[in-house]
Ligand binder design. Sequence first.
Ligand SMILES: Cc1cc2nc3c(=O)[nH]c(=O)nc-3n(C[C@H](O)[C@H](O)[C@H](O)COP(=O)(O)OP(=O)(O)OC[C@H]3O[C@@H](n4cnc5c(N)ncnc54)[C@H](O)[C@@H]3O)c2cc1C
Length: 600
Amino acid sequence: MGDFVAMPKLGMTMKEGTITKWLVCEGDAVEKGDYIFETETDKTALEVDSLLSGKLLKIYHFEGETVKVNDPVAYIGEEGERAPELTVALADAVDAVDAVGAAPVEPSPAPAVATAPASHTLGSAAPTPVLQAASGEARPGFDKAKRPYGEFLYDLIVIGSGPGGYVAAIRAAQLGAKVAVAEKGEIGGTCLNRGCIPTKALYASARRYRDVKAAESMGVSVDKVSFSWKKIQSRKDAVVEQLRSGVEGLLKKNGIDVLRGEARIVKAHEVKVGRKSYSAAFALIATGATPSSVVKAGAEVMNTDEALSLAKLPKSIAILGGGVIGCEFAGIFSAFGVKTTIIELMPRILPPVDAEVADALASKMEGEGIALKLGVTADDIKKSKRGYDVSLSSGETVTADLVVEAVGRRPETRAFESLGAATDGKGYLVTDAFMRTDIDGVYAIGDITGKHQLAHAASAQGILAVEHMFKGVQGSSIDIMPSCIFGAYEIAAVGLTEEQAKASGVPYSVYKFPYSANGKALTMGETGGFAKVIKDERWGEILGVHIIGADASSLIEEAVMAMSLEATASVAGGTIHPHPTLSEILMEAFLGADGGAIHL
Ligand SMILES: Cc1cc2nc3c(=O)[nH]c(=O)nc-3n(C[C@H](O)[C@H](O)[C@H](O)COP(=O)(O)OP(=O)(O)OC[C@H]3O[C@@H](n4cnc5c(N)ncnc54)[C@H](O)[C@@H]3O)c2cc1C
């Protein structure tokens, strides 16, 4: 009984390959390891060898055809056997790849063995970062966006000055564009004023308080440990203020006009800010999102914007929502002694996170006294003498001084309500690979696209969009997107979760290396947590990396870099890491995924 030969996945970002040459013909005898065809991707060209010995009974795709990764290209079987038709083959493709797959290529980054023809040299010599330094002219073969005919006051008007908008504006100005940013609120958007920065300032105070309380275990005596919530809040505000004026300074330095007020795109190339109209060759919508609410009108709950600036700490708090923001808030409040309860509809916290990692955080939170009410809804919230009584679908009642709703975000759509741009079912703008909406000359980036709700994603998309407008970009893949959570433990991740790897049908293996086996972690008293590497069993490619533990947010970038450069686990683990550092945890996890962690 024979099996299929599938188009191999030669790199993290490869989605399809073109068959450039068949090296064998139907009817030929093939030995395991023989090169059978050549394939080319946007980055490389490689010869693919067979994992089977037998007769090449059927070729499904011929030279010049492009085939999706894991789809069958041929069938190798025994003399007299009948090869399945392509429809059957496609249905069985995933199984076939599980069982046999196409021949793995050398477990080194693909470009090293590239045999690309001259026409393919763009990006084949080295994996090409999507967002490259500007050098003026569009690269050959990659057009800038078509500039509309006519005279405009600005080359670009950006609506919204969050990490998407202000970064895009600066990049566009660096590329020589005349740029304005319209902002109805504070410069810096959610991230700087109500998101990443204020939460991390509070988180830093919480960690410092925790560390000082635990100082005795490190031989350091501190007589009386206390905190001032007022001072913690003032410090947070000062950090925000400093960064905000920094961004304002950057906009000024780059000659960007700031148009204060609510902006609206009247039609393509015309933006109204307040009563004034401005013309622009391009408009970029970066209006972000605001807290959404599922609680019945009338119930007294706070949203996360309000909870960040509490004048006084409550004695107890109920947080509706066990997603990223809910867990971060829980970690902060609980660290300062607030009795904290998370109420989450799903059976576990952090539903999109790797389940094993989310479970580890849940245990840590419970260990720190945070109550988790999972798989329940808050059906009613009533003010009582004791605070608020939150009635759960389980019949239980949670009583707290304060209820905070952290149930997600909704798109901020007012800027484009009359534009008629395509949105998805939730109101987020639909964009293409270059962040273009379906309205000519109008792009959208960041939270308003509903793709990721991450500041660095917004910035990367902003750079991509303006490089497309004014320069011509080489690629549009911003798939390798890390994310971080700052809770009772730090979590950082990139790539597939184990659940996603399983669902993809690709054969994978998992290796975990614990913080407790790392010398530096022991010296720091930070032995909780692990790094988990998910590897494609066929050619060693790193599919996902998940870290939970101290400084996870700083450690993850190495995995992002490795995956962006399409390094195998073996190559990533083989690079030299300084000792003693937490970075050795990731090194050991990569080595372990390759079959040989040293310190375990
Ligand atoms: C509590 C919290 C913590 C977070 N922590 C993190 C984190 O640690 N890491 C991370 O990566 N992400 C984090 N995020 C998410 C991050 O803040 C967002 O993904 C990011 O801010 C999105 O950037 P953006 O530029 O798309 O939009 P925003 O930052 O939301 O900016 C949009 C801007 O547009 C303006 N605007 C809207 N409509 C108009 C209009 N019509 N006219 C003029 N101006 C308009 C708004 O006033 C706003 O300033 C957090 C979010 C929250 C709420």
